[in-house]
Design a protein around this ligand. Structure first.
Ligand code: NDP
Ligand code: GDP
Length: 344
């Protein structure tokens, strides 16, 4: 039986990856952080929390010594490093914490591999945020990086240290440069899920207005469940490498809002510009979306669109779910949750 370790199992990708690896017959160790009230809602929603081949272990990525013990005790031969302070907005307020977890955390895992068993295969969760300020369209593996947030800078360190351990010590370290990927399990601080949850609440009369920041930002949004399959394929390849996973389609935040309201049969009419822009219901004239500058970022990533050709060619990976279907799936899940639970 193959044994895998996933850091960050309480997150969106950790939950989907655990589900995938369990389906493939792996023994899975998933790490979570000690908090006063641990929350496993994602693996509960997937129904895998009591799976006999899943073991949850307490771990903090900032503790290098415990990374070594973790590899010694689990005997994992594949390590997926998904844990991170993953929210760009927070990284501007907590840049040092972000650097310690998201950047140096990857180094702790790689050092532990070097010490415990250099044959362990390592996946690093890199990000399109490393491309940041547009240098080329679409972005691919050899596009120059220009991160625009402490999160992007920390991830760039983690990416290069993975490449460096591959080249210096022959460690099988692969880096997946994943463009934004969403799902009903996405955290509510991220824009897509904030939108789908708010649209569900507006439809059910639990919220009046959705407040957002920059509506012009363009993102390449895919479905998370398909992207974790790409992570797994990277570690089954003959050689470690760097791969972009993306859909090659980009849309604005405004377009995603329009799609989400369309999923509950509300037609949005956009009026005004910049800070005064509003989204109104075409039928009733009621303002349902407005700008709140508190959601603007000190520096913005304006345009992300990825070229996943290498992943298709070398891994046979390609995305299937359209943005329309992804958005609808998320709105429907949020309608169900909001209907079921009054305090949700
Ligand atoms: P989430 O924010 O949903 O999950 C992050 C996970 O990291 C959580 O389980 C969190 O635990 C854990 N974590 C945070 N800090 C620590 C720490 N100090 N020690 C141990 N664990 C910690 O992210 P996603 O699942 O969406 O993303 C997975 C990875 O992929 C992340 O590294 C992210 O940066 C990266 N990525 C994501 C993209 C996306 O669009 N989703 C795009 C590209 C890259 P807790 O629940 O306790 O907070
Ligand atoms: P990111 O690409 O990792 O930063 O993912 P997010 O989902 O956090 O943000 C995607 C884009 O949406 C960014 O360009 C944000 O500036 C923009 N955005 C606009 N309004 C909001 C908002 O209210 N919350 C968040 N999280 N992002 C917003």
């Amino acid at each position: 039986m193959k044994t895998a370790l996933i850091t960050g199992i309480s997150g969106q990708d950790g939950a989907y990856l655990a589900e995938l690896l369990l389906e493939k017959g792996y023994r899975v160790y998933g790490t979570y952080r000690r908090t006063s009230s641990v929350n496993f809602w994602r693996i509960e929603e997937l129904g895998i929390q009591n799976h006999p081949n899943l073991e949850l272990v307490e771990f903090d990525l900032t503790d290098g010594g415990s990374a070594i013990r973790l590899l010694q005790t689990t005997g994992a031969t594949e390590v997926y490093n998904l844990a991170a302070q993953s929210f760009v907005g927070v990284s501007f307020d907590q840049p040092a914490t972000t650097a310690a977890i998201t950047g140096v955390g990857a180094l702790h895992m790689l050092e532990a591999i070097r010490i415990v068993n250099p044959k362990i295969r390592f996946y690093q969760a890199s990000t399109s945020e490393m491309f940041g300020k547009v240098q080329a369209v679409p972005q691919k593996e050899d596009t120059p990086f220009y991160p625009r947030s402490p999160y992007g800078v920390a991830k760039l360190y983690a990416h290069w240290i993975t490449v460096n351990y591959r080249e210096s010590y022959g460690i099988f370290g692969s880096s997946g440069i994943l463009f934004n990927h969403e799902s009903p399990l996405r955290g509510r601080e991220f824009v897509t899920r904030k939108i789908t949850d708010s649209v569900a609440k507006i439809k059910l009369g639990k919220l009046d207005v959705l407040e957002l920041g920059n509506l012009d930002a363009k993102r390449d949004w895919g479905f998370a469940k398909e992207y974790v399959e790409g992570m797994w394929r990277m570690l089954q390849a003959d050689e470690p490498d760097t791969f972009v996973l993306a859909t090659n389609r980009t849309e604005t935040v405004r377009d995603f809002v329009t799609l989400a309201f369309a999923a509950v049969d509300i037609d949005i009419d956009w009026k005004g510009s910049e800070e005064n822009e509003t989204g109104t219901c075409r039928k009733t004239g009621k303002v349902l979306v407005r700008i709140n500058p508190k959601f603007y970022r000190p520096a913005e990533v304006e345009l992300l669109i990825g070229d996943p050709a290498k992943a298709f060619e070398k891994l046979g990976w390609k995305p299937e779910t359209t943005l329309e279907n992804l958005c609808k799936m998320m709105v429907e899940a949020d309608l169900r949750r909001n209907e079921r639970d009054a305090s949700f």
